[in-house]
Design a protein around this ligand. Structure first.
Ligand code: MN
Length: 232
């Protein structure tokens, strides 16, 4: 073995509130459906169980970043979400044990190429092209939950140019954070460094170049990104 690399590997990290260390990201999981109103606006059935998809870790962008309008879409949309940051690994985790595996929580935005996502869904193809593209995962600093626990109530909202587009409450989640961790750990071994985007309330919609997009969750503050002209 050698520690020489052909080129320098990149480690994706997320800042942690009140800490000098940052959180190294291993995988990004997202819940596909988790608020009844959003499932209705997407034409789905709220009784179906949620499902998971992934984004690449280098899709992470931080609070205050600019996000170039991505290629290959005419319908670039926002989804505000509570994010869980996993601090302890495991498999087949009982929901009663799940919060012990969560290090902290953050505000995230699941950026989506809605037109190609819907096209892929109709054609029975994978969602990757609609969900797993460059810079598609804005996230704010992780707040350690310590003994506070995972927030289960409180508003979650998204504003575009100071106008509210999405507004819901964490209590409206169909699958609660502990159940999400439990379900996910039946399908994959979760590990420290995993992030889980827990789904979005209704009101998803398109963004344009120049838009100032702000995500807020009651107990977590706010994050902002600027949609920039198409670029590199
Ligand atoms: Mn989403």
């Amino acid at each position: 073995m050698t520690d020489k690399y052909l080129f320098e590997p990149t480690v994706t990290t997320v800042p942690i509130e009140g800490r000098t260390e940052s959180f190294p990201v291993r995988r990004i999981y997202c819940v596909g459906r988790n608020y009844a109103e959003h499932i209705r606006e997407m034409g789905g059935d709220a009784r179906q169980p949620p499902f998971f998809f992934q984004k690449p870790t280098d899709a992470i962008v931080h609070d205050g970043a600019t996000v170039a309008y991505p290629p290959y879409t005419q319908d670039f949309q926002h989804e505000i979400e509570l994010v869980l940051a996993i601090g302890k690994g495991g498999r087949d985790i009982a929901k009663e044990e799940a919060s012990a595996h969560v290090f902290g929580v953050a505000i995230g935005i699941d950026l989506t190429r809605r037109d190609v996502q819907v096209e892929a869904r109709k054609a029975g193809r994978p969602w990757e092209i609609g969900k797993s593209f460059d810079r598609s995962a804005p996230i704010g600093a992780i707040r350690p939950i310590a003994d506070r626990g995972i927030p289960s109530t409180g508003f979650i909202e998204l504003l575009v140019n100071d106008e509210v587009r999405q507004r819901g409450d964490l209590s409206e989640m169909i699958w609660k954070p502990a159940e999400i961790v439990s379900k996910l750990s039946e399908q994959y071994r979760i590990e420290p460094g995993d992030l889980i985007y827990t789904g979005t309330p209704s009101g998803v919609g398109p963004m344009s170049v120049g838009d100032r997009v702000k995500g807020r969750i009651e107990s977590l503050g706010a994050i902002a990104v600027l949609i920039a002209p198409p670029g590199e």
